[in-house]
Design a protein around this ligand. Structure first.
Ligand SMILES: [Zn+2]
Length: 380
C-alpha cells in the first residue's frame, strides 16, 4: 500500500475539476446552480470539460427524475407513495441525508458541494458529519437516481477524468500498472478499474465524489469488497517507513561475500519497522492489517517476487558502493547523488516520495535499504 498524490490539488487540478464538474452536469439530477462552480463574475464556466467564454449557467439537461418501473413496483408493493420530486425521494431513503442537503425546500449548495468534493477518510467524514442512516430497503435508490455512478462512469469523458488523476500504478498492491492511454483516434484505453474507497452500497452518497474514487487494478478492486473494515486511504496514507518489506534470508554473510542467493532461500515479509517506536495510532495500525489481509499482500509478496529480489541482491553486490563512487567520478555531470546513480541499477524510481511511479517500487526501496543495513551503511 502506497500513498499517492491527491490529483485534485496538483498541477492538473484545474483540468481535473473542469472535467469532473462537466460529468456531474451531464449526470446529476440536481440543478446546475446548486453545485457548479462560479467564476469571479458569478457564472458557471465549463463546457465539454473546458473553460468557455459563455458567461451563462447552462440549461439543466433533462432533470426529470426517473424512477424505474421496477422501483415503482416495489414501492407500491410496500404501500409507499411514489416520490414526485428528488427531495421527496431523498427524504424517503434517508431523512438525515435530506436534512443535510435541503433547507426549506431548497438545496444547500455548500453541503452538496461538500458531499461531492470532500475526502472520504474516516476522520474527515466524522468531522464533517457525513455518515447518514438510510433505510436499507431503499438505499439503492440513491445510487440509481440521485448519485448515478453507472451513468457517470459510462460517459466517454470519464476515461479522461481517470487519466487526469494520473495514477500509473495500483496504490493498493503496487504491482500492476493502472495506465489510461489515449489512442490515435482520440479514444482512451484504460488498464484500470475505479475503486470506491467508501463502497457504493454502504455510502451511496459518495458514489460520484471525486476523492472517493481510487484508480486501482482489477484484482485489488475485486478483493476489497465492501465490508466495513477500512483499508488505508491512499490519498492520505500508505505503509510509509513504518511498514517495510524484508527478506527472511537466514544468513546475510553469504550475500556480503558475493555468494549467489537462491530464490528458494528466503521469503519476503511485511513487518513493522522495529525502529518505528511504540504504536501511537492504533487505528492506522488496524487499517494496515486490514489492507494486508484484504489485498492478500502477504501472500502475494511472500514468494512471487523472489527472483526479482535476488536480482536486487546481485546488482547491489556487483555495483558496489566503490563501483558507484567510481561511476560518479567518471560521469560527474550525469548524477547529482548516489541515490540517482543507484536508481540506474534498478532502472526505476524507488525513492520514498515517488513509489507510485513504477510497480514494485516499495519492495525495491525496502530491500535496497535492507541491503544497506546489512552492509552496515548509514541510512540515507
Ligand atoms: Zn492492485
Amino acid at each position: 500500500m502506497i500513498q499517492i498524490p491527491r490529483p485534485w490539488e496538483g498541477d492538473r487540478a484545474e483540468a481535473l475539476w473542469a472535467v469532473y464538474y462537466f460529468l456531474l452536469y451531464k449526470t446529476l439530477p440536481f440543478e446546475p446552480k446548486d453545485y457548479l462552480p462560479k467564476d469571479q463574475d458569478g457564472f458557471y464556466y465549463y463546457k465539454n470539460g473546458d473553460r468557455t467564454k459563455e458567461k451563462v449557467y447552462p440549461d439543466a439537461p433533462d432533470k426529470t427524475m426517473k424512477i424505474t418501473q421496477g422501483w415503482k413496483k416495489k414501492l407500491s408493493k410496500a404501500a409507499i407513495p411514489i416520490p414526485n420530486t428528488l427531495e421527496e425521494l431523498i427524504e424517503l431513503v434517508s431523512p438525515q441525508l435530506h436534512d443535510y442537503l435541503y433547507q426549506k425546500g431548497a438545496v444547500r449548495r455548500e453541503h452538496l458541494i461538500e458531499l461531492l468534493t470532500t475526502q472520504t477518510d474516516g476522520q474527515t467524514i466524522q468531522v464533517h458529519h457525513l455518515e447518514f442512516a438510510a433505510d436499507p430497503d431503499w438505499v439503492q435508490l440513491l445510487l440509481t437516481t440521485v448519485f448515478p455512478y453507472a451513468r457517470f462512469s459510462r460517459k466517454p469523458l470519464f476515461a479522461k477524468l481517470v487519466q487526469l488523476m494520473g495514477v500509473e500504478v495500483c496504490p493498493y498492491c503496487n504491482r500492476s500498472f493502472t495506465t489510461t492511454a489515449k489512442g490515435r483516434n482520440g479514444s482512451y484505453h484504460r488498464q484500470n478499474q475505479v475503486d470506491h474507497y467508501r463502497s457504493k452500497s454502504k455510502y451511496p452518497w459518495f458514489a460520484v465524489t471525486l476523492p472517493n474514487l481510487v484508480p486501482a487494478c482489477g484484482n485489488c478492486n475485486l478483493r476489497k469488497g465492501d465490508d466495513d473494515d477500512s483499508v488505508l486511504y491512499p490519498y492520505l496514507e500508505g505503509f510509509g517507513a513504518r511498514y517495510q518489506f524484508h527478506t527472511t534470508l537466514k544468513s546475510a554473510a553469504g550475500y556480503l561475500m558475493g555468494e549467489m542467493v537462491s530464490p528458494d532461500d528466503f521469503a519476503v515479509e511485511i513487518q513493522r519497522d522495529p525502529a518505528a517506536g511504540p504504536v501511537s495510532d492504533p487505528d492506522y495500525e488496524k487499517r494496515v492489517q486490514t489492507s494486508i489481509r484484504k489485498f492478500g499482500l502477504d501472500v502475494l509478496y511472500r514468494q512471487s517476487h523472489n527472483a526479482y529480489v535476488c536480482d536486487i541482491f546481485e546488482q547491489r553486490y556487483i555495483f558496489s558502493d566503490a563501483y558507484l563512487d567510481a561511476l560518479m567520478d567518471s560521469f560527474p555531470d550525469l548524477f547529482e547523488s548516489r541515490e540517482e546513480a543507484r536508481r540506474l541499477l534498478y532502472m526505476k524510481r524507488y525513492d520514498a516520495d515517488a513509489l507510485g511511479a513504477s510497480p514494485l517500487a516499495k519492495l525495491t526501496h525496502d530491500i535496497d535499504r535492507e541491503i544497506s543495513r546489512l552492509n552496515g551503511e548509514k541510512e540515507p
